[in-house]
Design a protein around this ligand. Structure first.
Ligand SMILES: NC(=O)c1ccc[n+]([C@@H]2O[C@H](COP(=O)([O-])OP(=O)(O)OC[C@H]3O[C@@H](n4cnc5c(N)ncnc54)[C@H](OP(=O)(O)O)[C@@H]3O)[C@@H](O)[C@H]2O)c1
Length: 256
């Protein structure tokens, strides 16, 4: 395979849940740049349409979906619609995620249900619902967006941190179960990237703490993150499964 083909997504269909904002949006646009037909998903119709507008600059047929994937029946209908339209899904990205800062002892049951439903339950069912089609086709690549919070304790984010530990456990388990059946399952652990998820939670103290604990000494730029997703989605990563690729400016390497 020539070098360009190794990292090309030409002719592939990519479903990018959370593709309407932040990390997922940047991945959706990069996958389009690599040749894929991209289907972005988010809750807000306006945000989905903004990304679809960008995709249509090079793919007139591009379409997205405004769906709350924490509703597992709605997630199932979404996958049915994408399969009906495209006939297959080659790449699935799970970039949906929410968080809330609180002392652990102050979280309510409703917080637990809301955060786990989006960050973990919807990721599990997106992987298995799309995974069944990939297994039937004998090919596919799934990329789950985890976090550096999958590798240790983080103050004030008990539910988010639990969910991200779960995402890595899920990724490794599915990779192990599906490895001989053509479906690769990997994750990316981003360090600190300023997006809608955390912009209003970064007071000067948290901001200084995040940068101070990142050996490279700054926040990441989204275009530094998408290359990891391009790689994991591409034929160039055909022997890579069960990996959680850290894109964190050295945060985890330097945490001790
Ligand atoms: N930013 C960071 O520093 C960082 C670091 C580590 C990990 N991550 C992870 O990266 C992923 C993306 O985060 P981000 O920073 O890009 O945040 P973001 O800009 O807020 O994007 C989150 C995306 O998920 C969608 N989403 C959330 N809940 C959903 C639901 N129930 N159904 C469908 N879509 C839903 C959002 O759509 P709506 O806006 O319409 O709700 C949006 O498109 C998350 O899993 C996050 O935990 C981020």
């Amino acid at each position: 395979m020539d070098l360009a083909s190794r990292f090309s997504l030409a002719g592939k269909v990519a479903l990018v849940i959370g593709g309407s904002s932040g990390i997922g949006r940047e991945i959706a646009l990069a996958f389009r740049g690599a040749g894929a037909s991209v289907v972005p998903v988010g809750r807000s119709e306006a945000k989905v349409e903004e990304v679809v507008g960008r995709l249509r600059q090079s793919d007139a047929a591009a379409a997205g979906h405004a769906v709350d994937v924490a509703d597992i029946a709605a997630l199932g209908r979404l996958v049915d619609q994408v399969m009906a339209r495209h006939g297959r899904i080659d790449v699935l990205v799970n970039s949906q995620g929410i968080t809330k800062l609180s002392k652990a002892e102050d979280f309510a049951e409703a917080d637990f249900d809301r955060i786990i439903a989006t960050n973990l339950k919807s990721v599990f069912f997106a992987c298995t619902t799309v995974g069944r089609h990939m297994l039937a086709a004998g090919a596919g690549s799934i990329i789950n967006i985890a976090s550096i919070a999958a590798f240790g304790g983080f103050r004030l984010t008990a539910l988010y941190t639990m969910s991200k530990h779960g995402v890595v456990g899920l990724t490794e388990t599915l990779a192990t179960e599906w490895a001989t059946r053509g479906v690769r399952v990997n994750a990316i652990a981003p360090g600190f990237f300023i997006t809608a998820l955390n912009r209003d939670k970064m007071d000067p103290e948290r901001r200084a703490n995040a940068i101070g604990r990142t050996p490279i000494g700054r926040f990441g730029e989204l275009d530094e993150l998408v290359n990891a997703a391009l790689y994991l989605a591409s034929p160039g990563a055909s022997f890579v499964t069960g990996e959680t690729l850290r894109v964190d400016g050295g945060f985890l390497a330097g945490r001790f």
